[in-house]
Design a protein. Structure first.
Length: 275
C-alpha cells in the first residue's frame, strides 16, 4: 500500500478514543493531510489545550454515541489499563461494520472484538509518530475488508510509514523492536554522554555531542540506501579509534548479546500483558 488513500476521501464520521500524545499526534496528522475536522469526534475526559483548540476547527469533543450517528471508523488510542476500565463504553460507538483501529500495546484482536465488536485492525506505532517519523506495524482481523484496510493504512500513515503482517503472533516482537525501540536509542544517547563525562568532557558538551551524534546518525541511516552494517564499516578504519571501541561493543557480552536479551525480555512481557 505505497499509495495511501487520500484522507479527504475517507468515509466519516471517525471517532478517536484517547487523545494523549499518540492519539493527539495521529489527529494532528489527519487534519494536516486534509481530513475534514467536522467528520471527527474525540473521546477524551482530560483534553489538552491543543485538543480543545481543535474544537474551533469543527472537531467534536466528547459527544454522546447518539450524537455521532453511524460511526465508520473508531480509533482506540487508550492505554491498555484504561481500555480495561472504560472500553465497554466504546461499544456504543461501534456497529458490526465499523472499522476499529487499535494502537494499544499488548491488546490482542480477540480482546478488542470482545469489548468493541466491529472489524478490528491492531497496530503498533512508536513515539517518533509525534513528528511524523514513526513506523507502525498493523495486522487485520479476517473480517476486515479490503477498503477498510486501505482506510486503516491511510489513517496510520499520517504519522509515518506502515508495514502490514498476517500473523498477529509477531506483534509481540514488533512491540519489542520498534514499539519500545526509541527508548533503547535514547538510552544509547544517555550512556554515550555519561561515558563522555567519564572520559573528561564537561557534562553539557558531552550531552550535546551524544545527542547530535545519535540524531545525525539516525538521519543518515534514514536517508541512506546502505545497510546499517555498511554505514558502520564506512566509519571504521582498521586499527583506529572506532575499531577500538567496537572491539568492546562487539565483543563477548557486547551489544549484540545485550540487545538480543533485551528484545527477548520485552517480547515476553508483551505476551504476558496480552493474557
Amino acid at each position: 500500500m505505497n499509495n495511501a488513500q487520500p484522507l479527504a476521501q475517507i468515509q466519516r464520521p471517525i471517532v478517536l478514543a484517547g487523545a494523549g500524545k499518540m492519539g493527539g499526534a495521529m489527529l494532528s496528522g489527519w487534519l494536516a493531510r486534509g481530513l475534514e475536522p467536522r467528520g471527527v469526534s474525540v473521546i477524551e475526559p482530560d483534553p489538552s489545550d491543543e485538543i480543545r483548540a481543535l474544537v474551533t476547527m469543527g472537531v467534536r469533543l466528547n459527544p454522546s454515541p447518539g450524537d455521532t450517528g453511524s460511526v465508520a471508523t473508531l480509533v482506540v488510542a487508550l492505554k491498555p489499563q484504561m481500555f480495561r476500565e472504560a472500553g465497554a463504553g466504546l461499544k456504543a460507538f461501534a456497529g458490526p461494520s465499523t472499522l476499529v483501529v487499535s494502537i494499544m500495546a499488548g491488546t490482542p484482536i480477540a480482546a478488542i472484538e470482545q469489548v468493541c465488536g466491529g472489524a478490528v485492525v491492531r497496530a503498533m506505532p512508536n513515539t517518533p509518530a509525534a513528528i511524523g517519523r514513526g513506523i507502525t506495524v498493523a495486522v487485520a482481523a479476517t473480517n476486515v475488508s479490503g477498503p477498510q484496510r486501505e482506510v486503516a493504512d491511510a489513517l496510520l500513515r499520517a504519522t509515518g510509514s506502515v508495514e502490514w503482517i498476517d500473523d498477529e503472533q509477531l506483534m509481540d516482537a514488533v512491540t519489542a523492536v520498534s514499539g519500545s525501540g526509541p527508548a533503547y536509542v535514547f538510552l544509547l544517547a544517555e550512556e554515550l554522554a555519561r561515558a563522555g563525562v567519564a572520559a573528561g568532557l564537561p557534562a553539557g558538551l558531552a550531552e550535546k555531542l551524544a545527542r547530535e551524534t545519535v540524531a545525525g546518525s539516525g538521519e543518515l541511516l534514514h536517508r541512506s540506501q546502505s545497510p546499517a552494517a555498511t554505514l558502520r564499516q564506512n566509519v571504521t578504519s582498521p586499527g583506529g579509534t572506532t575499531a577500538a571501541a567496537l572491539g568492546v561493543l562487539m565483543g563477548p557480552d557486547g551489544l549484540q548479546q545485550l540487545m538480543t536479551r533485551a528484545v527477548a525480555a520485552a517480547t515476553r512481557r508483551s505476551r504476558e500483558l496480552a493474557k
